[in-house]
Design a protein around this ligand. Structure first.
Ligand SMILES: [Zn+2]
Length: 359
């Protein structure tokens, strides 16, 4: 056996051992024991979702999407197992005052994509669960697909092919769509070119349309489906009027390392949300989970009360309010894994916790 193969088998064994261990724990009642414990009642689990697939997005980006069916299954579980699904602000306040109800959970959705409005929101409404949407706002007024994502999605649609036509887009002519990394390189080249030429949102939209022509994809039809588009002002207003808590996620989905630029992202994001919803958002979520020590002071200066990360864990009273952990749920998570985390078992047994959630 080659050493590389031995390592591969070793990893497989470790993985299945871990899953088998968790399954055995559930079988022997450890899940409900932990879920109903004092230990769990002193902790708050913040669940993180991104998109719910309108079509096949979960096959393109399984770590960023979940099917509406799978989301419904999760919500059913929370309801049937009598989880206390709390509004974010309420959950944090009760965490600090030590008055959390048993099995507390908070539901958060990052980015504020159209599929939330279309699919997740009606489901949540049906279950009567409160929810926070961390809304990035630049594309809410542009009303077109997010540039890098729609390029990536279209290239994925033609995966396996090698096409010429990159020259028309200002990049190298031959477009190799056969591997993840070759497609990533094409998206990167398009994004870098757009940045170099200071292209505006609508100009980027034209490039995406041109890429669609090269790939022989009907761009108008794709746009009409609203895949990788954010909610527009009307949709955002509607969910806010119906009790969805809309909070901060930066205006352009980025966290500059310069204080003034970082704070401007918060200010622009807050102003855009306030204009549409009439509310003053004070809770923040780090885009792509990126956080640095310096950000905390800048967030405090912007009067931000809490900030969530993509680091896995349950929050306790001692957790820094501007570095709250979450469990990221997505299409590749099994029901067993989900249950292990909401009960609290997952955080006790998980190894390589941070690595498991790297995006
Ligand atoms: Zn995000």
């Amino acid at each position: 056996m080659s050493s590389r193969f031995a390592v591969f088998v070793g990893i497989l064994m470790l993985t299945s051992l871990r899953l088998a261990t968790i399954a055995a724990l559930r079988k022997f009642g450890a899940f409900s024991l932990v879920a109903n414990s004092n230990w769990r009642q002193q902790r708050l689990l913040i669940l993180c979702y991104h998109g719910t697939s309108l079509e096949d997005e979960h096959l393109w980006r399984p770590l960023l999407y979940i099917t509406p069916q799978k989301l419904e299954q999760r919500l059913e579980y929370l309801k049937n197992e009598q989880y206390s699904v709390l509004p974010l602000a309420d959950g944090l306040q009760r965490l600090h005052s030590g008055t959390l109800p048993p099995r507390s959970v908070v539901l958060t959705f990052d980015d504020g994509t159209y599929d939330f409005f279309r699919q997740a929101y009606p489901l949540l409404k049906r279950f009567g669960f409160p929810v926070t949407v961390y809304q990035t706002t630049y594309y809410t007024s542009v009303e077109q697909p997010i540039f890098n994502l729609i390029c990536s999605y279209m290239l994925w649609k033609l995966r396996g092919e090698v096409i010429s036509g990159g020259k028309d887009l200002g990049i190298s002519d031959l477009l190799d769509l056969r591997t993840d990394s070759s497609r990533v390189a094409i998206v990167r080249a398009l994004v870098e070119l757009s940045e170099r030429e200071n292209r505006t949102g609508p100009q980027k939209g034209e490039i995406a349309a041109q890429l669609a022509r090269v790939l022989r994809i009907d761009y108008d039809q794709l746009r009409a489906k609203r895949i990788v588009q954010l909610m527009n002002a009307r949709e955002l207003q509607e969910i806010a009027n119906n009790g969805v808590d809309v909070q901060l996620h930066t205006h352009r989905h980025r966290t500059p390392e310069d204080e003034a630029l970082f704070r401007k992202e918060i200010q622009d994001n807050r102003a855009a949300i306030q204009k549409v919803t009439g509310t003053q958002p004070v809770h923040f979520c780090y885009p792509s989970g990126v956080h640095q020590p310096a950000f905390l002071a800048w967030l405090r200066k912007e009067l931000v009360l809490s900030a969530t990360t993509c680091d896995a864990g349950l929050a306790t009273r001692r957790t820094e309010s501007l570095l709250l952990p979450r469990f990221i749920d997505h299409q590749n998570r099994t029901q067993l894994e989900f249950e292990s985390w909401v009960t609290g078992v997952g955080s006790l047994v998980a190894v390589r916790r941070k690595a498991a959630q790297r995006r």
